[in-house]
Design a protein around this ligand. Sequence first.
Ligand SMILES: CC(C)(COP(=O)(O)OP(=O)(O)OC[C@H]1O[C@@H](n2cnc3c(N)ncnc32)[C@H](O)[C@@H]1OP(=O)(O)O)[C@@H](O)C(=O)NCCC(=O)NCCS
Length: 142
Amino acid sequence: MKISFKQTKNLDFNKVVDIFFEVGFLKHQNKRDTYKRAIKKAFLNSQFVVSAWIGNELVGFTRVVTDKSLFATICNLLVKNKYQKKGIGKELVKRCLDKYPQLHLFIVADKKVVGFYQKLGFKIHPYGMYLEKGKKACVIYN
Ligand SMILES: CC(C)(COP(=O)(O)OP(=O)(O)OC[C@H]1O[C@@H](n2cnc3c(N)ncnc32)[C@H](O)[C@@H]1OP(=O)(O)O)[C@@H](O)C(=O)NCCC(=O)NCCS
């Protein structure tokens, strides 16, 4: 199984949204168009997008939002279910780290993937904070 990686924002966002649904991050098919618009805009406004491919099949992706001087955050790291645990997620994160080696990198992780990020050297910050705006504030979480 040959996996290749591309650094491009030029993705088929229908396929991107399919993977969001497949991993359970999106629930309502009737909101698909709204989700797709929001996700496409988020990817296009990111500074770095990297995707994983098996032949012509998009199998995973992630993106970085950064000021390119001090801070960067990794968002939306997703690998298709049947290709998980094959090193693809790790390689996608590694390419983000390689792209911005000098920046402070932070992520907001799902509880179930904390171990994955710890394996890559990330530490849990005891004072990480966020502003609770409620689910309605973000179109893809309602
Ligand atoms: C999280 C995710 C991206 C990991 O991608 P992946 O390709 O399966 O991970 P890898 O195969 O590169 O795993 C790298 C290492 O982490 C381990 N690992 C993978 N998922 C893990 C998890 N959930 N918890 C702990 N360790 C995990 C692997 O066993 C592997 O360990 P090894 O290096 O000792 O062999 C993938 O499971 C996924 O897309 N999940 C659904 C979406 C999601 O939750 N994304 C995270 C958003 S915060």
